[in-house]
Design a protein around this ligand. Structure first.
Ligand SMILES: [Zn+2]
Length: 125
């Protein structure tokens, strides 16, 4: 591991020739794709009722996925769609109406969430 630079975000060791470009663009946060994804995953597993709800939803999606074909009906795709839909609905109710600078910022943050990564994590757990 000599002559390598470690990225502060993803902890990968990189050759000096590519490290500056990588570090400038790396968005990883605490092992997740980005801060937004980490934050949503943290909130939905941090309380027992929410964790139970989403782990049960993962089971339902796993069961539903077995009855259908195609990548759009995989357990990950079904659970990711459910995660995104419920969070966007909750955001709409909480903050997005009427539109404001805050609703614009929230909408942008939700667009950055990697719903599939969270779905994969729930289905693995
Ligand atoms: Zn990195």
């Amino acid at each position: 591991m000599t002559n390598r630079i470690q990225c502060v975000r993803c902890h990968q060791f990189l050759p000096p020739s590519v490290a500056p470009v990588h570090v400038a663009g790396c968005q990883r946060y605490c092992g997740w794709t980005n801060y937004e994804t980490w934050n949503v995953a943290l909130w939905l597993t941090n309380s027992a009722p929410s964790d139970r709800y989403w782990r049960n939803m993962a089971k339902i999606c796993r069961h539903s996925a077995n009855e259908k074909d195609g990548p759009d009906h995989s357990a990950v795709a079904l659970l990711a769609a459910q995660l995104q839909s419920e969070h966007e609905d909750d955001a709409e109710n909480a903050l997005l109406n009427p539109p404001s600078v805050f609703s614009d910022l929230l909408r942008t943050a939700l667009c950055e969430v990697d719903w599939r990564e969270i779905a994969e994590s729930l289905l693995d757990g």
